[in-house]
Design a protein around this ligand. Structure first.
Ligand code: B12
Ligand code: SF4
Length: 483
């Protein structure tokens, strides 16, 4: 095929992504990425200024110091001493404990670039994919000559994506495309990208490359080597559906992909069979919202059950309420549940369409059925104060939630709150749009207070939380994984 274009799809850089740590890698040095890197592309088409002041990430130097793969970190070092006592080789746990030299000896669950792999697998056209490249790898790829380069990015990676787009043009790439949640950022993207592709990418890319939008959505095989405590095992990822139409005002998924698209059951069976052949210990479902109300999701659960594969998914409380026992019987070992707040007025104002009663009942049900669970908690609702957050935290700890992910509410461009909050949004440095910074004018919280409150949340994730989490994972998983 002489006229075929050379196509490269890539994520943003690996610095800090932490999503592809090879099992053999030894970390010799840890460098916190604290120094802001100025970004002032400025050319004849105008200039954009910003900084990468993404201090959440650390970088590691492995055998090859140029291979700067990273670990995803949230800045804080936790109770390393407590962990050392219990797990002598373990100096940290989960992202929250990651500022420690040999976290990879202890815990990692690498995450591939799901979106790009789906596009590559589904579109009938040769496509190269770069996942979390170093700058050097990206440059080398560009120099090898591509006609089209597509960059996938989230909002907080906007500056980086712009830099990459600019570099692609400098290397003679004819067309640069942008995709992923970052394309909604009002940062003058159109000056650097020839096309901005929003929402599900497969059909649009297929149309652009083959002239035909019809294609078979194929599910890539995602088998990753993971490690929890002393166990190394294989994890299979499954994304059985994409998109969500629930309309929560803070959520980008629901405006960016309001149409829920389900992967064909036959395709899911094919992938699960490969997972079984390869001895995966468990499957992590990364659907935006795995809703067991849907016939499709129930069928997926049955397919996992038939194959005796333990599974984990992200869901809402109201969806699984009353069904936890049945799901546990079928192999559910853990969930991530979007809780966001334990106050009804917050759930109502964000159109979560759920009650605190449902959430609390669901937490009880999970505990009764010995399911490990983590929840999300968003701070920064209108009448929050440092004191009210402290009270919330006491409440959360009294509920015995094994692990919770705290976030500051972020009005991502493209969300419903982005529109509603225009008058109060004060910070348009896109690298702050990461759930870790307060970017709007809050009546009772300054940006520093919000950041302190977030740190308080992390402080609650102590070695005890880590150990109980590990114990739970090992208990559920131990029999399926080699020691
Ligand atoms: C899985 C997931 C993760 C995983 C993996 C992330 C990763 N890098 O891939 C983990 C747990 C690591 C994670 C972490 C974070 N996440 Co996350 N995550 C998700 C989740 C649940 C699903 C995303 C997914 O994989 N979907 C399935 C794939 C197949 O779809 P997709 O990636 O969207 O790709 C499709 C299209 O977008 C499009 N497309 C994508 N790229 C491109 C590129 C081109 C060129 C084209 C043409 C098309 C295209 O085509 C693809 C196929 O249809 C979403 C949504 C949700 N409901 O919460 C949040 C979400 C993406 N995460 C979000 C955030 C903020 C984060 C964190 C910053 C949170 C934090 N503070 O820690 C970190 C960032 C980590 C990092 N450096 O990447 C936000 C992003 C919002 C935004 N506007 O930026 C989301 C939307 C959740 C939310 N709060 O609303 N996340
Ligand atoms: S928060 Fe969850 S339920 Fe709400 S719109 Fe987003 S994915 Fe759907």
């Amino acid at each position: 095929m002489k006229n075929r274009k050379k196509v490269l799809l890539t994520t943003t850089f690996s610095e800090g992504e932490g999503l592809r740590l090879p099992a053999s890698t030894k970390i010799e040095q840890v460098i916190s990425r604290r120094e802001p890197v100025s970004f002032t592309p400025g050319d004849e088409r105008g200039s954009i200024e910003g900084t990468f002041d993404d201090t959440r990430f650390i970088q590691k130097c492995a055998e090859d110091p140029n291979a700067s793969r990273g670990i995803f970190s949230n800045e804080l070092t936790r109770d390393a001493e407590g962990l050392k006592k219990r797990y002598p080789s373990a100096l940290g746990y989960l992202p929250y404990f990651a500022e420690l030299p040999d976290i990879s000896d202890f815990f990692y669950v690498p995450t591939p670039a799901f979106g790009l792999r789906f596009i590559k697998e589904s579109v009938d056209y040769p496509i190269d994919v770069l996942e979390y490249p170093t700058r050097k790898e990206y440059r080398l790829a560009l120099e090898s000559g591509y006609d089209i380069v597509g960059i996938s990015f989230m909002t907080f990676k906007t500056y980086e994506a712009l830099l990459m787009a600019k570099e692609a043009k400098e290397c003679g790439v004819k067309e640069v495309w942008g995709g992923g949640y970052g394309v909604d950022t009002p940062a003058g993207l159109e000056r650097y990208f020839d096309r901005l592709i929003r929402g599900h990418g497969e059909e649009k890319v297929s149309l652009l490359l083959t002239g035909n939008a019809r294609m078979n959505k194929r599910h890539p095989v995602f088998i990753m080597e993971a490690k929890v405590g002393f166990y190394e095992f294989k994890i299979g990822y499954l994304i059985s559906s994409m998109g969500c139409n629930m309309g929560c005002t803070f959520c980008h998924a629901t405006t960016y992909m309001p149409k829920r698209v389900e992967v064909d059951i036959a395709e899911i069976e094919r992938v699960l069979d490969i997972y079984v052949e390869n001895g995966v210990a468990g499957v992590l479902l990364y659907d935006d919202n795995f809703s067991v109300r849907s016939e499709h999701a129930r069928r997926v659960v049955d397919l996992l059950h038939e194959r005796q594969i333990p599974f984990w998914f992200e869901c809402r409380a109201d969806d699984i309420l009353g069904k936890v026992h049945e799901l546990a019987e079928k192999g559910l070992f853990g969930i991530c549940m979007g809780v966001e707040s334990l106050r009804q007025q917050d759930l109502d104002s964000s159109r979560k369409r759920e009650t605190t009663k449902q959430i609390l009942s669901c937490i009880n049900e999970l505990k009764e059925n010995d399911i490990w669970f983590m929840t999300t908690y968003m701070l920064g609702w209108e009448d929050y104060t440092p004191e009210s957050i402290e009270r919330d935290l006491e409440r959360i700890s009294s509920l015995g939630i094994p692990y919770f992910q705290a976030m500051i509410i972020t009005p991502f461009p493209g969300t419903l709150i982005w529109k509603d909050w225009q008058d109060i949004i004060t910070d348009r440095n896109w690298s702050h749009y990461d759930h870790q910074h307060l970017v709007f004018n809050h009546p009772n919280l300054t940006a520093e207070e919000a950041s302190k409150a977030l740190n308080r949340c992390y402080e609650m994730l102590t070695a005890e939380t880590a150990i109980s989490t590990l114990d739970a994972w090992e208990k559920k998983f131990g029999h399926r994984i080699s020691s």
